[in-house]
Design a protein around this ligand. Structure first.
Ligand code: M6R
Length: 608
């Protein structure tokens, strides 16, 4: 995820900005840059790769000055490159902008500004802000930024400096965090307290649509209509290590808790309420081919494979497209039945998984359209697929995938909506689909609020050595994913099964030492799942159930029960996945495991 650091004071800004960027490295980034006032001019330096590359460029002729902005970029629009790195300049390189977030209407703003003669040099959504501020500038930077931001939709945390209004930094936010750090005769701004805590612990958390003008050692906050706003000072009492994890004990836990925002980010700018459909810009170039598609093969590994399995249920239930899901590692061993209108979709968080990449190349060799659903922009799979969609989940640091899974699934729901609306789905059904999907983040928040209960359940079950996870239909992939999460982080043996398969073998394992996790929301498979629970209980197997909240029947049958908010059957997996992530996390914690870097596992598996 991108990072912002700004400094204005009496000290030399350069080492402070570079140190701040280093403190944000843990968030993941692919390029960095800074701009600062030096001898009345703004000097800007940008580099691809590690911050060390930026330092190398600065080494021989470091800009001296005490006011500057700096940024680490994690690509969302356009590959990692010097041109796409921040700060972005306007036409005359007098205005420089750093930005976290996504400008949703950048395309239309860019076309408008290009018509007025603005010359763009990057593929980013951010650059539009620099030109828009230039267009609005009449002498006072804050006025221009306010005017520009009133025209923008989407999320932003920004820092702006301007050579024609020197000694001033304007920062603003909407949907992307931004914090002011109040020092002694100096002032900082950053997207994350981690970049501030070595200098000051006095902070001001800006709220959505706040704009702050930093001048010397003072600041003024207003809204975008220039009405002054007062915000309280807070004292940060975290140490640096805790700040990186924003107070969470592990990245995995932080990422689990980020998921309401993850879903919002995956949906941002992609729902067309007027047409009751989804807009996936990355698929526009293959619109016609998608219209002809009658067969889709999803290829992926691990958690991404389970996301694909769920995608199959959703796409098949709404469209006439036949969907297959293949483990990428098995794809090349099959004699593939690829028809001319078969489309292959590679799902990968890292975009670097060797088996998935090999499957992409194999499908391309056959001449089929290959698409990517990838989180890391500019990764190999993103580059090698003809077109695709990004998850926009931000960097996932915990090896066990949590928020990336939910974002993959969210995008697959969007794809299903897009395809279905071109087929049989009615306008009203599209509207209801959008309503259900947009209600998910609040429901996730309600589930996360039950963490203490899940912790209690974990403490009752942490010592068991084996677990069975069962679910049916849409919750079958969630059972597989839940079992994978538990074994990855806690090293307990866990098997995921389709509940209908229980009688065909796994029921032989059940006894009082073998707990089962049963996914039984009130959906069309509910009665059958209750029978599974009864069969397990009849063999003295302990049951942890995840169902719809307020289900006394399921609660009474189970040794431990957790309810998720009610929703349409199609959307239950987006909710039931979360308690299983928390259960795995808390069992692993109680077992004293290396949660963020489990033994023998790597975040990105680049060998076959
Ligand atoms: O980066 P990818 O999504 O292609 O990675 C695929 C798997 O390696 C990955 O999902 C793995 O199973 C995770 N550790 C799951 O938590």
């Amino acid at each position: 995820m991108c990072g912002i650091v700004c400094y204005l004071g009496r000290r030399d800004a350069l080492p402070i900005l570079v140190e701040g960027l280093r403190r944000l490295e843990y968030r993941g980034y692919d390029s960095s840059g800074l701009a600062l006032f030096s001898n009345g001019q703004i000097r800007s330096v940008r580099a691809v790769g590690k911050i060390q590359s930026l330092e190398l460029l600065l080494k021989d002729n470091p800009p001296a000055g005490n006011c500057g902005i700096a940024h680490t970029r994690w690509a969302t629009h356009g590959e990692p490159s010097v041109e796409n790195a921040h700060p972005h300049p306007d036409c005359r390189a007098h205005i420089h902008v750093i930005h976290n977030g996504i400008i949703e209407n950048f395309q239309s703003l860019r076309s408008e500004l290009e018509l007025k003669g603005h010359r763009f040099t990057s593929e980013t959504d951010t650059e539009v802000l620099a030109h828009l501020v230039e267009e609005c500038f009449e002498g006072r930077l804050e006025d221009a930024v306010m005017k520009a931001l009133r025209r923008v939709s989407g999320a932003f945390g920004i820092g702006v400096i301007c050579q024609d209004d020197p000694g001033k930094i304007v920062v603003a936010r909407r949907g992307s965090p931004l914090i002011l750090g109040i020092g002694d005769g100096e002032i900082f701004a950053a997207s994350d307290v981690t970049a501030l805590v070595t200098h000051t612990r006095q902070v001001v958390y800006l709220q959505d649509d706040d704009l702050a003008v930093l001048t010397d050692d003072s600041y003024r906050i207003s809204n975008l209509q220039d009405q002054p706003i007062r915000r309280d000072h807070h004292t940060v009492d975290w140490d640096v290590a805790a700040a990186e994890k924003q107070g969470f004990a592990h990245f995995m836990l932080k990422e689990i808790h980020e998921q309401p925002e993850t879903v919002r980010n995956a949906l941002r700018g992609r729902l067309d309420k007027r047409e009751a459909t989804a807009k996936l810009g990355g698929l526009e170039p293959v619109r016609e081919a998608l219209g002809r598609m009658d067969h889709l093969i999803i290829v992926s590994c691990g958690t991404s494979y389970y996301a694909g399995l769920l995608g199959r249920y959703v796409i098949e239930s709404l469209t006439d497209i036949a969907v297959e899901v293949d483990l990428a590692s098995e794809f090349r061993y099959r004699r593939l039945n690829l028809r001319p209108d078969t489309v292959v979709l590679a799902v990968s968080q890292s975009g670097e998984t060797a088996d998935t990449l090999a499957a992409v190349r194999e499908a391309k060799r056959k001449g089929n359209l290959v698409l990517g659903l990838v989180n890391v922009v500019g990764s190999s799979i993103a580059r090698e697929t003809g077109a695709g969609v990004y998850n926009h989940a931000g960097p996932e640091i915990g090896v066990a995938s949590t928020k990336a899974f939910l974002s993959q699934v969210t995008v697959l729901y969007l794809l299903a909506l897009l395809l279905a609306r071109r087929q049989r789905m009615s306008y009203g059904e599209g509207e209801r689909f959008i309503e259900e999907l947009t209600a998910i983040p609040a429901k996730l928040e309600a589930i996360l609020a039950q963490e203490a209960r899940i912790q209690q359940i974990a403490s009752r079950f942490a010592e068991y050595r084996n677990f069975l996870y069962v679910g049916r239909k849409l919750n079958y992939p969630i059972a597989l994913e839940g079992a994978l999460k538990l074994k990855e982080v806690s090293y307990a043996h866990a098997e995921g099964y389709a509940a209908g398969e229980m009688k065909h073998g796994p029921i032989a394992l059940i006894d009082e030492q073998f707990p089962s996790v049963c996914l039984a929301p009130r959906d069309s498979t509910y009665r059958k799942m209750l029978s599974n629970v009864q069969e397990i209980k009849a063999r003295r197997g302990p049951v942890i159930s995840v169902g719809t909240e307020g289900d006394p029947e399921l609660a009474q049958l189970s040794d431990a029960y957790l309810g998720v908010p009610a929703c349409d059957e199609l959307f239950t997996p987006l909710l039931t996945a979360i308690p299983l992530q928390l259960l795995a996390y808390h069992i692993a914690l109680l077992r004293g495991c290396e949660i963020d870097q489990p033994r023998n596992l790597a975040k990105s598996v680049t060998v076959e």
